[in-house]
Design a protein. Structure first.
Lengths: 135, 116
Protein backbone atom coordinates (compact mmCIF):
# COMPACT_ATOMS: atom_id res chain seq x y z
CA UNK A 1 0.00 0.00 0.00
CA UNK A 2 1.41 3.39 -1.03
CA UNK A 3 0.07 6.41 0.84
CA UNK A 4 0.42 10.01 -0.36
CA UNK A 5 -0.87 13.07 1.42
CA UNK A 6 -1.19 16.00 -0.97
CA UNK A 7 -2.34 19.59 -0.61
CA UNK A 8 -5.46 20.87 -2.37
CA UNK A 9 -3.78 22.14 -5.49
CA UNK A 10 -5.20 21.26 -8.90
CA UNK A 11 -1.77 21.71 -10.46
CA UNK A 12 -0.64 18.57 -8.59
CA UNK A 13 -3.46 16.48 -10.04
CA UNK A 14 -1.63 15.59 -13.22
CA UNK A 15 1.56 14.81 -11.33
CA UNK A 16 -0.20 12.22 -9.15
CA UNK A 17 -2.09 10.56 -12.00
CA UNK A 18 0.94 10.53 -14.34
CA UNK A 19 3.00 8.85 -11.62
CA UNK A 20 0.46 6.04 -11.38
CA UNK A 21 0.27 5.73 -15.17
CA UNK A 22 4.04 5.33 -15.30
CA UNK A 23 3.84 2.49 -12.78
CA UNK A 24 1.02 0.78 -14.68
CA UNK A 25 2.85 1.11 -18.01
CA UNK A 26 5.96 -0.39 -16.47
CA UNK A 27 3.86 -3.36 -15.37
CA UNK A 28 2.52 -3.61 -18.96
CA UNK A 29 -1.08 -3.13 -17.95
CA UNK A 30 -3.45 -2.91 -20.93
CA UNK A 31 -3.53 0.66 -22.36
CA UNK A 32 -7.32 0.89 -22.24
CA UNK A 33 -7.33 -0.13 -18.59
CA UNK A 34 -4.65 2.46 -17.82
CA UNK A 35 -6.82 5.14 -19.44
CA UNK A 36 -9.83 4.07 -17.34
CA UNK A 37 -7.77 4.26 -14.15
CA UNK A 38 -6.20 7.59 -15.18
CA UNK A 39 -9.60 9.19 -15.86
CA UNK A 40 -11.10 7.83 -12.64
CA UNK A 41 -8.21 8.95 -10.45
CA UNK A 42 -8.27 12.45 -11.96
CA UNK A 43 -12.03 12.66 -11.41
CA UNK A 44 -11.71 11.46 -7.81
CA UNK A 45 -8.95 13.99 -7.11
CA UNK A 46 -10.90 16.73 -8.85
CA UNK A 47 -13.99 15.97 -6.76
CA UNK A 48 -11.93 15.90 -3.56
CA UNK A 49 -10.36 19.27 -4.35
CA UNK A 50 -13.43 21.10 -5.68
CA UNK A 51 -16.45 19.56 -3.97
CA UNK A 52 -14.75 18.11 -0.87
CA UNK A 53 -12.09 20.58 0.18
CA UNK A 54 -13.71 23.51 -1.70
CA UNK A 55 -10.24 24.39 -3.06
CA UNK A 56 -9.07 25.25 0.47
CA UNK A 57 -5.28 24.95 0.21
CA UNK A 58 -5.03 24.27 3.97
CA UNK A 59 -6.92 21.01 3.53
CA UNK A 60 -5.23 17.79 2.50
CA UNK A 61 -6.13 14.81 0.38
CA UNK A 62 -5.04 11.27 1.21
CA UNK A 63 -4.41 9.02 -1.76
CA UNK A 64 -3.78 5.32 -1.10
CA UNK A 65 -2.89 2.85 -3.81
CA UNK A 66 -2.71 -0.91 -3.47
CA UNK A 67 -1.31 -2.49 -6.60
CA UNK A 68 -1.28 -6.27 -6.95
CA UNK A 69 -0.72 -8.44 -10.02
CA UNK A 70 -4.38 -8.61 -11.01
CA UNK A 71 -6.04 -5.76 -9.15
CA UNK A 72 -5.56 -2.12 -8.23
CA UNK A 73 -7.39 -0.40 -5.41
CA UNK A 74 -7.19 3.38 -5.12
CA UNK A 75 -8.74 5.48 -2.39
CA UNK A 76 -9.03 9.26 -2.32
CA UNK A 77 -10.13 10.95 0.89
CA UNK A 78 -10.74 14.65 1.45
CA UNK A 79 -11.31 16.79 4.53
CA UNK A 80 -14.62 18.25 3.42
CA UNK A 81 -18.12 17.92 4.79
CA UNK A 82 -18.92 14.74 2.86
CA UNK A 83 -22.03 14.07 0.80
CA UNK A 84 -24.70 11.44 0.32
CA UNK A 85 -23.76 9.38 -2.75
CA UNK A 86 -27.31 7.99 -2.86
CA UNK A 87 -28.59 11.46 -3.74
CA UNK A 88 -26.57 11.76 -6.94
CA UNK A 89 -28.65 12.27 -10.04
CA UNK A 90 -28.02 10.38 -13.26
CA UNK A 91 -26.29 12.85 -15.65
CA UNK A 92 -27.30 10.77 -18.67
CA UNK A 93 -31.02 11.31 -18.21
CA UNK A 94 -32.46 13.65 -20.84
CA UNK A 95 -33.39 16.26 -18.24
CA UNK A 96 -29.81 16.31 -16.92
CA UNK A 97 -27.83 16.28 -20.18
CA UNK A 98 -27.52 20.08 -20.24
CA UNK A 99 -26.44 20.30 -16.61
CA UNK A 100 -22.80 21.16 -16.13
CA UNK A 101 -22.09 18.95 -13.11
CA UNK A 102 -22.51 15.32 -12.10
CA UNK A 103 -20.41 13.47 -14.68
CA UNK A 104 -17.25 12.83 -12.63
CA UNK A 105 -18.60 10.10 -10.35
CA UNK A 106 -20.64 8.68 -13.22
CA UNK A 107 -17.44 8.28 -15.25
CA UNK A 108 -15.66 6.66 -12.30
CA UNK A 109 -18.50 4.16 -11.81
CA UNK A 110 -18.47 3.26 -15.49
CA UNK A 111 -14.73 2.98 -15.92
CA UNK A 112 -13.82 1.15 -12.70
CA UNK A 113 -15.07 -2.29 -11.64
CA UNK A 114 -16.14 -1.11 -8.20
CA UNK A 115 -16.63 2.32 -6.66
CA UNK A 116 -17.70 2.66 -3.05
CA UNK A 117 -17.96 5.63 -0.72
CA UNK A 118 -16.90 5.61 2.92
CA UNK A 119 -16.62 8.12 5.77
CA UNK A 120 -19.89 9.88 4.84
CA UNK A 121 -18.78 10.40 1.25
CA UNK A 122 -15.38 11.89 2.10
CA UNK A 123 -13.57 8.80 0.87
CA UNK A 124 -13.99 7.02 -2.44
CA UNK A 125 -12.49 3.56 -2.95
CA UNK A 126 -12.12 2.43 -6.56
CA UNK A 127 -11.16 -1.04 -7.72
CA UNK A 128 -10.07 -2.19 -11.17
CA UNK A 129 -9.13 -5.69 -12.28
CA UNK A 130 -6.04 -5.73 -14.43
CA UNK A 131 -4.71 -7.69 -17.33
CA UNK A 132 -1.04 -7.67 -16.48
CA UNK A 133 1.52 -9.61 -18.48
CA UNK A 134 4.07 -9.50 -15.66
CA UNK A 135 5.06 -7.26 -12.78
CA UNK B 1 -3.41 23.51 -23.31
CA UNK B 2 -2.85 25.65 -26.40
CA UNK B 3 -5.84 27.11 -28.20
CA UNK B 4 -5.81 28.59 -31.69
CA UNK B 5 -8.72 30.03 -33.62
CA UNK B 6 -9.21 30.29 -37.37
CA UNK B 7 -12.04 31.85 -39.32
CA UNK B 8 -12.87 29.69 -42.34
CA UNK B 9 -15.92 29.99 -44.62
CA UNK B 10 -17.70 32.02 -41.92
CA UNK B 11 -17.00 29.38 -39.28
CA UNK B 12 -14.89 29.89 -36.17
CA UNK B 13 -12.66 26.87 -35.72
CA UNK B 14 -11.01 26.31 -32.36
CA UNK B 15 -8.10 23.88 -32.36
CA UNK B 16 -6.73 22.72 -29.06
CA UNK B 17 -3.53 20.95 -28.11
CA UNK B 18 -3.35 19.16 -24.75
CA UNK B 19 -5.85 17.94 -22.21
CA UNK B 20 -9.08 19.82 -21.51
CA UNK B 21 -9.24 19.50 -17.75
CA UNK B 22 -9.81 21.31 -14.46
CA UNK B 23 -6.83 23.58 -15.15
CA UNK B 24 -7.25 24.24 -18.87
CA UNK B 25 -11.04 24.17 -19.39
CA UNK B 26 -11.43 27.74 -18.05
CA UNK B 27 -9.08 28.94 -20.83
CA UNK B 28 -11.38 27.46 -23.46
CA UNK B 29 -14.34 29.24 -21.86
CA UNK B 30 -12.40 32.53 -21.71
CA UNK B 31 -11.50 32.24 -25.43
CA UNK B 32 -15.12 31.52 -26.28
CA UNK B 33 -16.50 34.31 -24.08
CA UNK B 34 -14.07 36.81 -25.62
CA UNK B 35 -15.41 36.37 -29.16
CA UNK B 36 -18.38 38.21 -30.69
CA UNK B 37 -21.41 35.97 -31.06
CA UNK B 38 -23.62 37.20 -33.89
CA UNK B 39 -26.97 35.50 -34.48
CA UNK B 40 -26.46 32.09 -36.08
CA UNK B 41 -22.73 31.90 -35.34
CA UNK B 42 -21.06 28.61 -36.34
CA UNK B 43 -18.29 27.07 -34.28
CA UNK B 44 -16.16 23.96 -34.61
CA UNK B 45 -14.09 22.57 -31.76
CA UNK B 46 -11.38 20.41 -33.30
CA UNK B 47 -10.12 17.93 -30.68
CA UNK B 48 -7.56 16.23 -32.90
CA UNK B 49 -4.69 16.94 -30.51
CA UNK B 50 -6.67 16.45 -27.31
CA UNK B 51 -5.81 13.22 -25.51
CA UNK B 52 -8.17 13.59 -22.62
CA UNK B 53 -11.22 15.59 -21.56
CA UNK B 54 -12.22 15.46 -17.89
CA UNK B 55 -15.65 16.29 -16.48
CA UNK B 56 -14.62 19.98 -16.22
CA UNK B 57 -13.90 19.93 -19.96
CA UNK B 58 -17.19 18.20 -20.73
CA UNK B 59 -19.00 20.76 -18.56
CA UNK B 60 -17.30 23.63 -20.38
CA UNK B 61 -18.41 22.28 -23.75
CA UNK B 62 -21.97 21.94 -22.44
CA UNK B 63 -21.76 25.57 -21.26
CA UNK B 64 -20.57 26.67 -24.72
CA UNK B 65 -23.40 24.74 -26.39
CA UNK B 66 -25.99 26.31 -24.09
CA UNK B 67 -24.57 29.77 -24.72
CA UNK B 68 -24.66 29.25 -28.50
CA UNK B 69 -28.25 28.07 -28.42
CA UNK B 70 -29.22 31.49 -27.02
CA UNK B 71 -28.07 33.16 -30.26
CA UNK B 72 -29.22 30.33 -32.55
CA UNK B 73 -25.60 29.36 -32.96
CA UNK B 74 -24.35 25.95 -34.04
CA UNK B 75 -21.55 23.87 -32.57
CA UNK B 76 -19.78 20.87 -34.04
CA UNK B 77 -17.04 18.77 -32.47
CA UNK B 78 -14.52 17.04 -34.70
CA UNK B 79 -11.57 14.66 -34.67
CA UNK B 80 -12.26 13.01 -31.32
CA UNK B 81 -9.87 10.19 -30.48
CA UNK B 82 -11.48 6.84 -29.72
CA UNK B 83 -10.81 7.34 -26.00
CA UNK B 84 -12.26 10.86 -25.87
CA UNK B 85 -15.25 9.77 -27.92
CA UNK B 86 -15.72 6.94 -25.41
CA UNK B 87 -16.11 9.51 -22.61
CA UNK B 88 -18.79 11.33 -24.64
CA UNK B 89 -20.55 8.01 -25.23
CA UNK B 90 -20.50 6.95 -21.56
CA UNK B 91 -21.97 10.29 -20.50
CA UNK B 92 -24.43 10.20 -23.43
CA UNK B 93 -23.19 13.60 -24.58
CA UNK B 94 -23.15 12.11 -28.07
CA UNK B 95 -26.90 12.78 -27.93
CA UNK B 96 -26.27 16.46 -27.27
CA UNK B 97 -23.35 17.27 -29.54
CA UNK B 98 -23.02 17.11 -33.30
CA UNK B 99 -19.80 15.12 -33.76
CA UNK B 100 -17.94 14.72 -37.07
CA UNK B 101 -14.92 12.53 -37.75
CA UNK B 102 -13.06 15.25 -39.66
CA UNK B 103 -12.96 19.04 -39.60
CA UNK B 104 -13.59 19.35 -43.38
CA UNK B 105 -16.66 17.16 -43.02
CA UNK B 106 -18.03 19.53 -40.36
CA UNK B 107 -17.24 22.61 -42.49
CA UNK B 108 -18.96 21.03 -45.51
CA UNK B 109 -22.02 20.07 -43.49
CA UNK B 110 -22.34 23.68 -42.27
CA UNK B 111 -22.12 24.84 -45.91
CA UNK B 112 -24.66 22.23 -47.07
CA UNK B 113 -26.98 23.39 -44.28
CA UNK B 114 -26.68 26.99 -45.57
CA UNK B 115 -27.33 25.96 -49.20
CA UNK B 116 -30.44 23.97 -48.37
Amino acid sequence: MVKNIIPTNSRLLKKISKKLVKLLKKAEVDEDIIFDIYVSLEEALRNAMIHGNKLDIRKKIIVETKFEPDIIKISVEDEGGGFNPLKLSDPTLNENLLKENGRGIYLMKNLMDEVIFENAGRKVVMTKYLKVKHL
Amino acid sequence: MEISREEKSGISIFRMIGDININSAPNLKISFDAMAKPEGIKIILNLKNVDYVDSSGLATMVEILKSLRKCNGKLKLTNLSAKVRGLFEITKLTQLFDISDEEDEAVNSFERFEDS
